[in-house]
Design a protein around this ligand. Structure first.
Ligand code: FE2
Length: 244
């Protein structure tokens, strides 16, 4: 990957996000989709683990925080689902391959609410569109420049064994919807997401899927990863260093 140009870096610092079209080739996207298809085809989700993904605070605590499935997802492939995927008994209402929500979020949030570091500003989201992300199928929306005013809330782990497994400190303020700017991108694009920039994606109500692959990087040098974060490195899989 080429370096960012000075103007791209400046745009990222100004807006808190940056779109890099053409990061992956069409062939790489196809290979990624094939692998996603294989993983989903082999998916075997225990009934009690049929966790629907949501960033709505109340539902999140109930649906995710109370399950080991969520809290232990750091070093495993776990499956999180769109709302309305299951009936009340946990049976799939839609074909499983169409049901996966993750990777993606819905309601407005800052990643640092979930991936908190001291100091702030050390976490970078990498969001790769494996398929075109459009206004219709759930592209990302950002409030440009919203990454400079700190973190409004934090999800923290509760004491081991207590339920629910996580709770929030602070709350997500009401956001002015008119401040959000849509960011439609073509397949293969990489979107860099500052850990504190406010972003969301709308529910995909179209008949076109919008697969994306996302992960986060942390500048580890001089940074404390909060021991209260829901996601913790394990002995089996410490956070892998990219360079030393
Ligand atoms: Fe996010």
């Amino acid at each position: 990957m080429a370096w960012l140009s000075p103007s791209q870096l400046q745009k990222f610092q100004q807006d808190g996000f940056l779109v890099l079209e053409g990061f992956l080739s069409a062939e790489e996207c196809v290979a990624m989709q094939q692998r996603i298809g294989e993983i989903v085809a082999e998916m075997d989700v225990p009934l009690h683990c049929r966790t629907e993904f949501s960033t709505q605070e109340e539902e999140q605590l109930r649906a995710q925080g109370s399950t080991d499935y969520f809290l232990s997802s750091g070093d495993k492939i776990r499956f999180f689902f769109e709302k309305g995927v299951f009936d009340e008994k946990g049976n799939f209402l839609v074909p499983p391959e169409k049901s996966i929500n993750k990777i993606g979020h819905v309601s407005p949030h800052q990643d640092a609410s979930f991936l908190y570091t001291e100091p702030l500003g050390r976490v970078l989201g990498m969001w790769i569109a494996v398929e075109d992300a459009t206004l219709e199928n759930g592209c990302l929306w950002f409030i440009p420049g919203s990454h400079t005013s700190g973190v409004s809330r934090r999800m923290v782990r509760a004491l081991v064994g207590s339920a629910p497994g996580t709770s929030f400190l602070g709350s997500e303020p009401a956001r002015d919807n008119s401040l959000f700017v849509p960011t439609p991108v073509q397949r293969g694009a990489l979107v860099l997401i500052h850990g504190e920039v406010v972003h969301k994606s709308k529910q995909n109500l179209s008949d076109r899927s919008r697969q994306a692959y996302t992960f986060h990087l942390m500048e580890a040098s001089g940074t404390t990863w909060s021991p209260e974060n829901w996601l913790q490195p394990t002995a089996e899989l410490p956070f892998p260093p990219l360079y030393t």
